[in-house]
Design a protein around this ligand. Structure first.
Ligand SMILES: NC(=[NH2+])NCCC[C@H](N)C(=O)O
Ligand SMILES: [Mn+2]
Ligand SMILES: [Mn+2]
Length: 317
């Protein structure tokens, strides 16, 4: 971790200026395509710090967690959940950083890295509070080592944190970290068959792209917020950039056509920010799956930085 840098902006809408702490998690062991480990750096180059200051929050950067490089790892011990032990080591460390950040009164934003990152962010955020989760994603990430078609752990984090399936390497799964009834997926459009059945059997709520087409993004997010916050005080927001349409966010490893457009994405996060302004519910965030090698002109990292600002309260007027 590097020394934090600090810059301040006062914001008319908040009596106390909030501080966001960036935690880089250059994890790529959960995905097949190489390059997502450079995501944190690309999002910093897209100037997420300035974007956040525009939103009226202070931004500090604690640098990157140390992540084993794929080349240094032994061949995966199991094909069912590749590199799960190495990933568990990283997410356990991230969980500690996230819990410390929250204890200091700051809002952690983990910069991925692949979506396995969220296991660390969420378990750290849930350590001292009951939380709900908003999962913005084309995918469900609800596979288990038994159902995964790929063995890629980035397809499993939501199952792990809601206590679905066996994840021996992750010791915190002995107690699920979020209640599935406070967990909402928004924008799903590609679920594996077994994953779909498991989600149908679960208490997780899934709003698909079809729901967004029918009802509009703001109505869907309003419902998602009601569900996520029912009986809990705060929420975690997990933002997978493949939630957006690949024309807007091309730099992702598992793109799926038919995602939300630029305006819908901002509208969704502005809805969360509006509720947060009234109720102070945003506890933690992760921004994942930005892959600069597959990107064009750092566009996806720029969208990620801009969306972070909307989530933290930036408004057009
Ligand atoms: N975080 C992601 N991009 N996940 C993609 C998962 C793809 C597929 N469902 C799998 O389990 O392998
Ligand atoms: Mn995804
Ligand atoms: Mn995902």
């Amino acid at each position: 971790m590097t020394t934090p840098t600090d810059s301040r902006t006062d914001h008319p809408n908040r009596s106390t200026t909030r501080t966001v702490r960036l935690l880089g998690a250059p994890l790529d062991l959960g995905a097949d395509r190489r390059g997502v480990d450079i995501g944190p750096r690309a999002i910093r180059y897209a100037d997420i710090a300035t974007e956040l200051e525009t939103a009226g929050v202070r931004c500090t950067d604690f640098g990157d967690l140390r992540v084993p490089r794929l080349e240094q790892c032994d061949a995966p011990a199991t094909a069912d959940a590749k590199y799960i032990d190495e990933i568990a080591g990283v997410t356990a460390e991230l969980a500690d950083e996230v819990a410390d950040t929250i204890a200091d009164g700051d809002v952690p934003i983990a910069l991925g890295g692949d979506h396995a990152t969220a296991m660390g962010t969420i378990s750290g955020a849930a350590r001292a509070a009951d939380i709900g989760v908003l999962w913005f994603d084309a995918h469900g990430d609800y596979n288990t080592p038994d159902t995964s078609p790929s063995g890629n752990v980035h397809g499993m984090p939501l199952a792990a944190v809601t206590g679905h399936g066996e994840f021996d390497a992750l010791d915190w799964t002995a107690t699920p970290t979020v209640d599935p009834s406070n967990t909402v997926i928004i924008g799903a459009r590609r679920l594996d068959d077994a994953e779909r059945l498991a989600l149908e059997d679960s208490e997780v709520t899934v709003f698909t792209m079809h729901d967004i087409d029918e009802r509009g993004i703001t109505a869907v997010v309003a419902d998602a917020l009601d569900i996520a916050t029912d009986g809990v005080d705060e929420i975690h927001v997990s933002l997978d950039l493949d939630w957006l349409d690949p024309t807007v966010a091309p730099g992702v490893g598992t793109p799926v056509r038919g995602g939300v457009d630029y305006r819908e994405a901002h509208a969704a996060l502005e809805c969360v920010a509006n509720r947060d302004r009234d109720a102070g519910l945003l506890r933690s965030v992760d921004i994942v799956e930005v892959n600069p090698i597959l990107d064009r002109d750092n566009r996806t990292a720029e969208v990620a930085a801009e969306l972070a600002a909307s989530l933290l309260g930036n408004r057009i007027a």
